[in-house]
Design a protein around this ligand. Sequence first.
Ligand code: PLP
Length: 383
Amino acid sequence: MKSAAKTRHFVDHAATTPLRPEARTAMVENLGLANPSGQYATARIAKKVLEESREEIAELLGADPIEVVFTSGGTEADNLAISGLYFKASGSDIVVPPIEHDAVLKTCHHLEKEHWAKIVEAPVGADGRVDMVQFPEMSRQNTALVTCMWANNETGTIQPVEEIAKRAKDARVPFHIDAVQAAGHLPIDFHASGATTMAISAHKFGGPRGIGALLVRREAKLTPHNNGGGQERGLRSGTQDVASAAGMAAGLRAAVDTMAADNERIRGLTQQLIRAIMHIDGAIIHTSELALPGHVYASFPGAEADSLIMLFDAAGIDCSTGSACSAGVNRPSHVLMAMGVSEPEARSSIRFTLGYTSTQADVDAVISALPETVERARRAGMA
Ligand code: PLP
């Protein structure tokens, strides 16, 4: 195996996808604009760009412009939605599947520890989907909110958000969707989804890092996190980053416009990768058929994920474990554990995610490095 490869192959698009040229242009054009809250002509220029960006995002996601609340990204949007809805509710149960991103799970745990919330788990099956047969009962009296992601960031598996929305509507319980992995990759219609709130993040679809939005129904009641100038419907005070908002809108427009063709091409590349992985002795694929087009999550039992990542890195391939890394210690994926995967298998899992810049050469590079990488990692053994 060659070391210190010069050409890099980026297969970690679910972590962040490269900035789209359209987003870069929009940002550069609008850098240095005034504070959009000012009462003079230069501020009005900034305000116009901000509001046009909001309108574009709303149109692309089936929302009204007033329902788009800019945040610093997906994490803040999830935090605002969950605690914001919780503090306005009369019930204290939060229905949440165990496969959610930490932005959701840790917010729920914080509310449980500090604010009397009761976490009610919505179980998932071995396929990584929320199991609607075992879905907990909800009521307006007891349930503060239900939350579920549109697609999982590790497996890519698409969740039954439509069915959950129906249950939430019947029980008159607010429903938050974390659509961070789905926005720009799947068609999204906020109004049709039945969600009360929905989190999105620009850097997952080719917009800039550090900006996202919470879509909030007009009639939804949320307690804001931060207090200040009352921007963003009073839900997210603070001077807005107009250039990033313009970049986010341009990135989303480009992602939506090319979505159908990109997804077909990406799915073809992903299928090649899956077939190659299935040729590796003992390999297990955790991504179900109903998944985002670019995700492949696989275990190579007997090989430590850290060793695999290091060896792929040396071969010029950027991939990830997909699970949370705390203080440099890789824990087995909580998503795989919730799916009933054993701890050793979960510790040998890595995630490849393809996106709009992925090429045949990227996939060929992974496929050619795969057998030797797995063999060497297995020789190194499990820690
Ligand atoms: N939710 C999901 C499903 C994610 O995949 C991520 C990021 O990986 C987030 C939330 C957090 O988004 P951000 O990085 O914009 O804070």
